[in-house]
Design a binder for this molecule. Structure first.
Ligand SMILES: [Zn+2]
Length: 156
């Protein structure tokens, strides 16, 4: 399942990407552009903007959408999963770049030397790089923390 979120949902965008969902973030600030991308790429549109929802309904656009209620990212994610009847793909966690949505790929430890905090370099063995934006990733303690958070989110 693929999503497109409006640009007021940055935390949710990152959570969905960390969970492995293909999630576009609309940075155009344009209803037309966001609607177009949602239709063309078959993405569920996620927004808190009532005007945008009204427009979709009024124009009878064939778009699946989620109108977000909560201001909290965890609650937002719960709502998305529930309304889309989706489950967190626990075998795909941390396979996407949280910054740009591209799939991340493994990179040799030698190649990240000097480019990441020393402590992370010393204690970690596996690293990944985003082929689009070159951001580096490693399985720090936050991955365990976020996995736990995902377990909580998918409990209900
Ligand atoms: Zn990236």
């Amino acid at each position: 399942m693929n999503f497109i979120c409006d640009n007021n949902l940055g935390k949710l965008v990152r959570l969905l990407r960390m969970a492995g969902f293909d999630t576009a973030e609309d940075l155009s600030h344009s209803y037309e552009q966001m609607i177009k991308q949602s239709l063309e790429e078959n993405r569920v549109l996620i927004t808190r903007d009532s005007k945008l929802i009204n427009k979709i309904n009024k124009e009878k656009l064939k778009i699946s959408y989620v109108k977000i209620h909560s201001a909290r990212a965890d609650e937002q994610m719960k709502q998305v999963l529930k309304e889309c009847k989706a489950e967190i793909p626990f075998d795909k966690l941390f396979t996407r770049c949280t910054l740009c949505n591209a799939g991340i790929i493994p990179i040799e430890k030698e190649k990240v030397k000097g480019k990441i905090p020393r402590h992370a370099f010393e204690v970690q063995e596996e690293f990944w790089i985003c082929p689009e934006c070159q951001h580096l990733y490693w399985a720090g303690t936050h991955w365990a923390r976020i996995t736990k958070r995902f377990r909580e989110i998918s409990k209900e």
